[in-house]
Design a protein around this ligand. Structure first.
Ligand code: ADP
Length: 598
């Protein structure tokens, strides 16, 4: 029964259950504060009628107040008496109480809103942090970026509008309740008439919702194009294509503009037609009541006062509901996005990885990205502190093999064993903390040299010592000494003002600072000129024997001293041995070597 109710609510009130899911009891408190505001306001307003009556020297009649007559009865029976002064004082007290309630209502809403935003942002950050790499490589970068930045802002607006909607809803209920108590018949008529006008608005709401979805989709695409423009800026500039690309962006801007103008159009209709429509309904009903049913105006007047208030709340409700629908596409996008992150969370074992003691072993391992396997039947042992080099033609599977050792991908068949245990048994983060990964395009953060190497470690004595040892091993000392601010020098936009060799050495120093067991060098020197390559090669040479090194090498000169050279062809190991053994026994390898010598 409870479950049926739950599914029913989720279906009928999807947004409410979405917010309830994240906010629980807080959502009810948001409404409760508004109810309290409405109740104080209602009582305060109710005092207007007796006030008018006493001012015009009539006897204040409890009758005209309908069920609210008890307010007057109470003043009379308690001995306070009904006079202009007492009524004014009572009225004032109600409005002061309303003000106090309003303060807490507003404050609470802001608090809940910020709680919600923090909650959503944390979920996004945690989800992205533990996102599975295999899924990440096929994800839409524009969507990830836009959802975590621009769309988060829109979700904030969505919550604000939603809260304002249900708060105005609560007020309408309260005013309706007061109006009903003052004059039930009149209230029922107006209620039905008001409900009918909503049918007209519903069409507009649906259009707005559709446009909102279309906007979010376009905004995601826009962000994706921007990311690529920044990424390939140099290429686009150098080839004179940045304007062409700019035009692509502008077309996206145009589509966004079109959507938002349409939203504005519907908003304008809503804003303009709401009040005339409702007033028309009320006017018709008053005429019918007074002219045809011969009712006294004084019997309706208090209800009208409440209706006037309810109308104000209705305007706020409808405006906010439409604002909410404008951003509902963002809410759906965020909800889907967070679900996707959660679903594709990286699988994780429990065992804490304490360091490489024995060996890394690939056993009958095969792997594919979904289609045909790109690695087949790989069997390989890499002993502790040995150096192994994967060689082979481009596309033969070298990088994929290295990524499997880093646990970025899970084998489709077979296993990767670390210290004799499946890699999946380990808490993957503790394992990766012991891995250094250096690629062709070094990751350089916009920060100081020190922070780039230490990844924001505290500059205490121990860390400074480690930093110095790391830069020495990576042959960075001379470079850093040549800088004006030494290690506190800022490295500009992603290291744009560093040479390839300097970037590469900074990334090597970073891995050495981290104190790793396993170093993965994926084409680490292939983007460098020969002289720089020799320097880096020397730095790497000096690390051999102290780390377990896995090299993916394009240039064969860098792998001469490796303990094992593994030759891959089309995803399979076709030969393994030392460099000299392969040179002597494998014609394919010796051909590659002689080709490179040329
Ligand atoms: P290598 O490092 O030897 O050049 P890779 O390991 O990068 O080779 O790639 C091996 C094969 O896997 C190639 O055929 C490549 O097209 C394919 N591949 C690499 N990355 C992906 C990916 N993210 N999705 C699908 N296929 C991929």
């Amino acid at each position: 029964m409870k479950n049926i109710l739950k599914t029913g609510i989720r279906k009928k009130l999807p947004y409410f259950s979405y917010f309830y899911h994240h906010l629980k009891y807080r959502l009810f408190f948001v409404v409760a504060f508004s109810l309290v505001v409405g109740v104080f306001d209602g009582f305060g307003l109710a005092m207007f009628l007796p006030l008018l009556e006493t001012v015009s020297n009539e006897e204040a009649s409890a009758e005209n107040l309908g069920n609210l007559g008890f307010l007057i009865d109470y003043l009379e029976s308690s001995g306070i008496g009904v006079s202009v002064i007492t009524i004014l004082v009572v009225m004032l007290i109600f409005f002061i109480l309303k003000g106090i309630a309003r303060f807490f209502e507003t404050l609470y809403r802001v608090t809940v809103q910020q709680y919600f935003m923090q909650h959503i942002r944390y979920m996004g950050i945690d989800g992205l942090t533990s996102y599975d790499y295999t899924t990440f490589v096929t994800s839409d970068a524009g969507r990830i970026q836009n959802t975590l930045t621009g769309e988060t802002g829109r979700v904030n607006t969505a919550f604000y509008s939603f809260a304002a909607t249900i708060q105005s809803g609560a007020l309408i209920l309260i005013y309706g309740f007061f109006a009903f108590n003052a004059n039930p018949e009149f209230t029922l008529f107006v209620g039905i008439g008001g409900g009918l006008t909503n049918v007209i608005f519903k069409v507009i709401y649906n259009r707005t919702k559709k446009l909102s979805r279309s906007y979010t989709k376009e905004a995601n695409a826009f962000e994706g194009i921007i990311i690529q423009m920044v990424l390939f800026f140099k290429y686009l500039k150098a080839t004179g294509q940045s304007r062409l690309y700019g035009d692509k962006l502008k077309r996206s801007v145009d589509r966004i503009k079109k959507d938002l103008i349409k939203v504005g159009f519907y908003n304008a209709i809503l804003k303009a037609s709401r009040e005339p429509l409702i007033v028309t309904v009320v006017v018709i009903i008053i005429i019918v009541q007074v002219e045809y049913f011969g009712q006294e105006m004084s019997g309706i007047i208090l209800s009208l006062l409440f209706f006037y208030r309810a109308l104000g709340s209705l305007v706020v409700l409808q405006t906010n509901w439409n604002h909410f629908l404008e951003t509902s596409g963002s809410l759906e996008n965020m909800s889907d996005f967070l679900k996707g992150l959660k679903k594709n969370k990286e699988a994780d074992g429990e065992e804490i990885f304490a360091g490489l003691e024995e060996e890394i072993e690939m056993v009958n391992l095969s792997f594919g990205y979904g289609g045909d396997p790109v690695l087949r039947d790989i069997n390989l042992k890499i002993g502790k502190n040995k150096t192994v080099a994967f060689v082979g033609e481009s596309g033969s599977g070298k990088t994929t093999a290295a990524n499997l050792i880093a646990g970025l991908f899970k084998p489709t068949e077979g296993d990767v064993l670390i210290n004799g245990k499946s890699i999946t048994d380990y808490n993957i983060e503790t394992y990766r903390k012991r891995i250094g990964y250096i690629t062709q395009d070094a990751a350089i953060f916009t920060d100081t040299v020190f922070n780039n190497v230490t990844l924001w470690a505290e500059p205490n004595e121990e860390n400074i010592g480690r930093f110095e040892r790391a830069i020495k091993s990576a042959s960075l000392e001379n470079f850093i000494n040549s800088l004006e601010l030494k290690e506190q020098t800022e490295i500009g936009n992603n290291g744009i003002n560093l040479s390839g060799g300097q970037k590469q050495r900074i990334s090597i120093a970073r891995e050495l600072f981290k104190e790793v067991d396993i170093l993965i060098l994926d084409e680490a020197t292939s983007a460098l000129d020969s002289a720089t390559e020799i320097e880096i090669k020397e730095s790497i040479e000096s690390l051999k024997g102290n780390y377990t090194i896995i090299m993916v090498a394009h240039r064969l000169s860098t792998i001469r001293t490796s303990d094992i050279v593994v030759l891959l062809d089309n995803g399979q190991i076709v030969a393994k041995g030392t460099y000299d053994e392969l040179l002597a026994n494998n014609s394919g390898f010796s051909k590659m070597v002689s080709l490179q010598k040329l």
